[in-house]
Design a protein around this ligand. Structure first.
Ligand SMILES: [Zn+2]
Length: 415
């Protein structure tokens, strides 16, 4: 399933030298949940060590997992989450108005998943093409009326599309850039398929937020790259694209939506938002190696604080359980070495995960009903980005004096 690829000793974008950023030790792949019969077998662990390029400041992990492994059978169907659908619908309305898209305009989405976004363009009569290598999600997209190519995107496919006259007025790439091993091939492909006055929008988790809010648990083996706007602008520029606007959006704990066009397209003026955000990143030191080294220290301190809390609670005879089984929870628990010695179990609303065990830490995943039965003293919220919603849903634990614990950005207790 996985293969050990040649370690990339140089930056995957510019070939520059890599420097230490944050080392989370050895960890299994965050979505490899285990069945009971797998608990006594060997489990592959890979280094989760992020380094940063001293020239372009692209933060990156080595590839221990192939894109084929990540994408061929993708378990995440975007349409399952209402908040994603609302986000997509608003984007489509904005794009049609702002870029004056006509029914004849062609819209191409890279990593189009199950068509959760393109379906709203189809509804409004636009010609769309989704590209996604995962066959299961592509099938779901086709069923929704979204034509989808099950291919990896890069120069090769872009060349075929240009030959077939399938260039695009709007190219969309949401939450895909981090998972692309050959970033130059991918962005070069975008430039190739973009019409002379076409626009590309790309969304990705913002490295500035990851660092400012200590979101180190959003680092996974499956995410090869972590971008600041500074670095994104440089990568697009190297492939003849000009970044002309940027918006900060709420997804994944804080993301950017960037807008770009061909460098020589005079239709789009570069908005002040770009320079303003670049200035904020420089002020935060994202263009100096020192800021990256300081982050590593903060991550270690967060681990010590979480373990302090857990040790004190267990010595006082308290029961602590988890809420949720997200990828970020697995990064956190493996890095901190938290197993059933600290967390009795975790619960999840997704029935697919019930009866399974978390990778590496082997903490059992149970239905949420178990919490009312065992009445734990503390509930550790792993998907902290949904903490308000979870504390509201689980408010009943207060009846027996139960408290919520949020681990990120720092351990906080909510009575
Ligand atoms: Zn670089």
């Amino acid at each position: 399933m996985t293969s050990t690829l040649k370690p990339c000793a140089r930056c995957r974008f510019c070939g520059g030298r890599l420097h230490p950023f944050v080392d989370l030790g050895m960890s299994p792949l965050c979505e490899s949940f285990l069945a009971a019969e797998q608990l006594n077998t060997m489990e592959p662990f890979y280094p989760l060590n992020v380094r940063v390029c001293g020239d372009c400041f692209l933060a990156q992990v080595e590839e221990y997992v192939t894109p084929e492994h990540i994408f061929r059978e993708y378990a995440y169907f975007s349409s399952y989450a209402q908040s994603w659908l609302d986000h997509a619908r608003r984007y489509v309305a904005m794009a049609i108005e702002r870029f004056r898209l006509e029914p004849s305009s062609r819209i191409v989405e890279l990593a189009s998943n199950d068509g959760y976004l393109l379906q709203y363009f189809v509804e409004r009569g636009h010609e769309v093409l989704g590209i996604d290598p995962a066959e299961n999600v592509a099938k779901a997209a086709e069923a929704r009326g979204v034509p989808t190519l099950t291919r990896f995107f890069g120069r090769e496919l872009a060349g075929e599309m240009v030959r077939d006259g399938r260039t695009a007025d709007l190219v969309i790439g949401n939450n895909v850039l981090a998972q692309v091993p050959d970033i130059n091939d991918f962005v070069a492909g975008i430039t190739m398929i973009l019409k002379p006055h076409g626009v590309v929008t790309i969304e990705f988790p913002h490295l500035l937020r990851l660092m400012a809010e200590n979101q180190f648990d959003t680092i996974y083996h499956e995410h090869f790259s972590y971008f600041s706007l500074l670095t994104a602008e440089r990568i697009l520029g190297a492939h003849g694209l000009r970044l002309f606007d940027v918006e900060e959006i709420w997804t994944h704990g804080g993301s950017l939506r960037i807008f770009a066009c061909h460098a020589d397209d005079s239709r789009q003026d570069t908005r002040p938002s770009v320079a303003a955000l670049v200035a904020r990143e420089r002020a935060a030191g994202l263009d100096c190696l020192g800021a990256y080294a300081a982050f590593a220290e903060r991550v270690k301190e967060t681990k010590r604080k979480l373990l302090d809390f857990l040790i004190t609670a267990k010595r006082a005879g308290k029961a602590v359980v988890g809420y949720g089984a997200p990828g970020k929870g697995n990064t956190l628990l493996n890095y901190c070495g938290v197993r059933t010695d600290f967390l009795d179990y975790t619960v999840d609303r997704n029935p697919y995960k019930h009866g399974k065990f978390l990778p590496g830490t082997h903490i059992p995943v149970l239905p949420t009903e178990r919490i009312a039965e065992t009445r734990p003293d503390y509930l550790l919220i792993l998907p902290w980005n949904f903490k308000d919603e979870i504390m509201e849903q689980m408010a009943f634990i207060r009846r027996w004096g139960g408290k919520f614990v949020v681990p990120i950005p720092e351990v906080t207790i909510h009575p």
